[in-house]
Write a protein that binds this ligand. Structure first.
Ligand code: BG6
Ligand code: MG
Length: 218
């Protein structure tokens, strides 16, 4: 393994569990349109941008709408989502992730965010974790969603690190595909049976040290 110079983190599902709030807000919208959204269907939306998620949901419900109406619904969903996100506090960082980031900083390894979310800055602010990141690449900057490598390539460029010296931490299949397409090391957060294209899969950061992780990637 080449010497790691940067770590790029997805947000939702890696640093904080926001999937439950996305689900509540999308479900409310689906219910209003006359159908339901299961937790299983919600899985399809992980790592996927807001507008693409809405398209998937409308397809599930067999609802066809014009562009203007879709933009309105997506905006309404986001208002509800942000209302729910107000309850996020520093205690909501997923177990072990803060210690892991502290260790990266001590080791002078650069840290970036690579998220599809347009709300990334707000959520990191609620978690009081903005200061860990040397750069933020979020849904406001990218033009191509995961699995396109753009989000992570932009992060590496911001940090002036070549892709082969970057590790990406991702919970979504599309996110791991994005990391691999960028020529980076992809560490999956979740189940190995799901994240089959990852170089390594861990359940989460609890009890995981930077040196242990690098050792496992060798
Ligand atoms: C990703 C989430 O991180 O961000 C997706 O996994 C979400 O579920 C996407 O749709 C966009 O988020 P936002 O906050 O811009 O609506
Ligand atoms: Mg994610």
């Amino acid at each position: 393994m080449p010497t790691v110079q940067a770590c790029l983190f997805d947000l939702d599902g890696v640093i904080v569990d926001t999937a439950k709030y996305h689900y509540l807000a999308w479900r409310q919208l689906a219910n209003r349109l006359g159908f339901d959204l299961s937790l299983e269907q919600n899985e399809l939306l992980k790592g996927i941008s807001r507008m693409e998620s809405l398209d998937i949901i409308l397809k599930i419900g067999g609802v066809e709408l014009g562009e203007e109406e879709k933009l309105k619904l997506a905006a309404e969903k986001n208002v509800r989502y942000l209302e729910l996100c107000k309850q996020i506090t520093p205690d909501d960082a997923l177990p072990g992730v803060r210690d892991f980031l502290d260790e990266l900083r001590r080791d002078h390894i650069k840290v970036g965010l690579g998220s599809a979310s347009k709300n990334a800055k707000t959520i990191l602010t609620n978690l009081d974790m903005l200061s860990y990141f040397d750069t933020l690449v979020d849904g406001n900057r990218v033009t191509k969603g995961k699995p396109d490598p753009q989000v992570f390539l932009m992060g590496a460029e911001d940090l002036a690190v070549s892709p082969e010296y970057c590790i990406v931490f991702e919970d979504a299949v599309a996110g791991i595909q994005s990391a691999k397409a960028a020529g980076m090391i992809g560490v999956g957060i979740g189940e190995a049976s799901v994240l089959t294209e990852a170089d390594l899969v861990i359940k989460g950061f609890e009890g995981v040290t930077v040196s242990d992780l690098f050792e496992k990637l060798k």
